[in-house]
Design a protein around this ligand. Structure first.
Ligand SMILES: Nc1ncnc2c1ncn2[C@@H]1O[C@H](COP(=O)(O)OP(=O)(O)OP(=O)(O)O)[C@@H](O)[C@H]1O
Length: 309
């Protein structure tokens, strides 16, 4: 059905050795939406990805992929044909070239081998297509991994820690490809520990702890929910820091960092009022730098909150 979510998890539980790796987890991901799964080691991210892929079956709950029941006896075979997966560790035969490797996976997935050149081009491996995989760099191997996940033109792509071990330039190139896929309507789920890069590259975040989903939404949704204080750094003309400090409204944390710099800590809802007040009353102000809570700050906040509650 056109309006079905791409992925729907309802009260899903998966237990290993009497421990819940995924615990009563519900999540809905729309078609073309992308979600970054975050969580400490062992939080259940890979298990969740494998459940969505149908590589494991839940002990309790329902999973629907593109509107099809994934947990029935038929295991949503049609829906699974539209899933692509880049595992955390993917092994290739070192003696095969990139083109031979992709052709091998294409035959397994019943995808036309004639389309492999296009996919290698898409992931930036066209020039190295005939080089042996044993001579590929880590980044090239990851691109080849992504290429095999793209076979079958997946409508849902699952990427398990796809940028681990890549240098910053390759990470950016990887996210550019992911962004193009999202823009063409592919639902992308990726798990990662790299919070700083995710902040720049992902639209929706889902944070897991001990198998449970403890927060989800866009980074702005998470900021609103966490309501963490905002930090503002004020730079004044030389020697004017003390004069500026006297004009800071009550109830705002104010710390002098030198004779021309102040750090303010304030509730986010007061940010605009305080900035207006400062621009009207502090002529010696030279510069203002606002630091909103980062994804790292939010991640730590929700992890701590879930321990307390
Ligand atoms: N096949 C398995 N047999 C037994 N226990 C398992 C199995 N797979 C996962 N687990 C356990 O389930 C829990 C969740 O593991 P999972 O690999 O899903 O976490 P993760 O969030 O992906 O961790 P990481 O970030 O380290 O990759 C862990 O306690 C793990 O030991």
């Amino acid at each position: 059905m056109p309006n079905d979510p791409a992925i729907l998890l309802e009260k899903v539980t998966k237990t290993f050795d009497q421990q819940n790796a995924v615990n009563d987890l519900s999540l809905e991901i729309g078609a073309g939406e992308s979600v970054a799964l975050l969580g400490h080691n062992g939080a259940g991210k890979t298990t969740l990805i494998k459940l969505i892929l149908g590589l494991m079956r839940p002990d309790k709950g329902n999973i629907r992929i593109l509107g099809e029941e994934s947990t029935s006896r038929h295991r949503g075979k049609n829906a699974h044909a539209f899933l692509g997966y880049l595992p955390e560790n993917i092994a290739f035969y070192n003696s095969m070239s990139g083109a031979e490797t992709l052709a091998f996976f294409a035959r397994l997935k019943r995808h036309p081998v004639s389309d492999c050149a296009r996919i290698l081009e898409r992931v930036g491996l066209a020039a190295a297509a005939h080089k042996r995989v044993g001579h590929y760099s880590k980044g090239m191997r990851q691109r080849l991994g992504l290429a095999q996940a793209l076979l079958g033109n997946p409508r849902i792509l699952m990427l398990d820690e796809p940028t681990t071990g890549l240098d910053p330039e390759l990470r950016n190139a990887f996210y550019d490809i992911v962004r193009e896929l999202e823009d063409s309507g592919v639902t992308v789920i990726l798990s990662s520990h790299a919070l700083t890069e995710l902040e720049a590259h992902t639209r929706k975040i889902a944070i897991m702890r001990k198998g449970q989903l403890i927060a989800s939404g866009t980074i702005d949704d998470l900021r609103r929910r966490a309501n963490l204080p905002v930090h503002i750094r004020l730079i004044t003309r030389p020697g004017m820091g003390a004069a500026c400090a006297e004009k800071i409204p009550d109830g705002i944390g104010c710390e002098r960092i030198n004779d021309h710099g102040l750090d303010l800590t304030l509730p986010s809802e007061r940010k605009i009022d305080v900035l207006r007040h400062l621009s009207a009353t502090v002529p010696e102000l030279d510069d203002v730098d606002i630091r909103l809570p980062s994804l790292g700050d939010l991640y730590m906040h929700f992890q701590k909150e879930s321990v307390v509650s």
